[in-house]
Design a protein around this ligand. Sequence first.
Ligand SMILES: [Zn+2]
Length: 91
Amino acid sequence: MSDGRHTCPVCGYAQLEEPHLDAVGEPTYSICPSCGTQFGADDLTTSHEALRKLWLDGGAAWWSEAKPAPAGWSASAQLESAGFAATPKHG
Ligand SMILES: [Zn+2]
């Protein structure tokens, strides 16, 4: 069940044209235009959660210059709809 789009496990961007892992679980080396994570590279040694925190700490700005942000794009709305709380939970 897929509309052909995939959700970034780091920032929650839901319009990825490629998944971060292929059908056999290998990284696709695609780059999320929202947070700039390259799957198979950036997430080899850093968890998706840590990458998300880095992105948030950096201002959670749209990353790609080649692919503009969708109209009305909002990092916080994107994170919320993906179920990624914008505020870290501690305890
Ligand atoms: Zn992303």
